[in-house]
Design a protein around this ligand. Sequence first.
Ligand SMILES: [Zn+2]
Length: 121
Amino acid sequence: MRKSYLHAPGRAASAPVYLSSVQAYRKSLLAAHKNLNYWRKVAAPYDLKPSMARMIAYGYDPGKKIRAKLHLQAKQVVLACSKCGEAHVTKRCTKVARRSRDLYAMPVKSLRWAINNREEM
Ligand SMILES: [Zn+2]
């Protein structure tokens, strides 16, 4: 009789190790498959289908539901920076060097405008 290692009653699948990026999962799933030899066994701790584990290991970018199962952050649409055209996590542009400006020499009106409009100083 064939033993089921994964969903045998009273025996939990090995505790899943959650990683922080899809790239990290790729490496980890490939390494796990090298050891376990079955995608079914690789996928079980994460409650994934074996084919999905294999697809992720070979470069598939998982969608919302699978990302949630893997405890990955949901993808967000980020607008490109108006100054350099790249996407930043920060509010200010990290590509263009900051201009230093003498705040005391600025007219009050334009200083107020810069502060209110969060212009970089
Ligand atoms: Zn920028």
